[in-house]
Design a protein around this ligand. Sequence first.
Ligand SMILES: [Zn+2]
Length: 297
Amino acid sequence: MGKYNFETADFNSELWEQLRGAYGNIQEDIAPLMADTPEVPDNEKTLSPYASFESDYMIAFDNILQQLSHQMSFYNASYIALPYLANAFNYWYEKDDFVMQVLFLVNTGVIVSTDNEDNHQYNNDITDTIPENIMESYNQSILFFKEKAEEFLINRLDMLKQFEPDTVSYICISLLALVGKREHSFVLLLENFSQCPVVCENCSFFLEEIELDDDIENPEINEELNSMITPAPSVIGEWDKKSLDNTYMWLSNVLHIAGSDYDAKKLSYFYGTFTCPECGTKSGPVIDVCMKALMGC
Ligand SMILES: [Zn+2]
């Protein structure tokens, strides 16, 4: 696939039994995606959480997401699934089907966000036992998706305006797993882009949840938020629309361009500074503090 070199595991491989998703073997869910010229009805090309699917393709596609990201855990079946998803994505890419590309990039982003240290410390981590060629193909297919996500964010940005602001935010924080730190995407997805747990590295002060939604419009009503988090200064209007190196910079501006200023403001809290209410130690960005709190550090 262009400069990326990945192969899909054989359908007769015993790996399908070994590398399982949340509900077991994922082979049956992968198979419909491999049809030569699949068709999906337009009304099923949706990111709505209330969507119901009737086509074999979308039922399988939806199952794969459930199998590989149930409760935002990591599942070993992802190692074998990602190259297949990359091939299936390529069909829609070559067909220039914009919405199907978005669906694949979003779901892949969610799946990749779960492949992080927090999940690996709790799960039965068998990373070391994965055959080298499978691991290499998995990593190559993630790089392939990264390139496509970057292309999407830089060249197709205006197309995002066709979605509702909440959907745009979900798309962006999922794509973040592919183009930026997957841990940041994981925190925002896991906490519904509305809460964050915090921990102080100095004195171990811990708070399971600071609420951001609604309260950022009136920070004075949320004493905890007001006293503990200093939002990062706004960078709206400062992005060159090319560089994706600075997550806070591009993500703030993409949210703004797509009409999601409220979420851009919320993001300034996640990329702000945490001040411990017990000992006064400052740390940040808040989103890294959240990840440490999730990991129980
Ligand atoms: Zn402290």
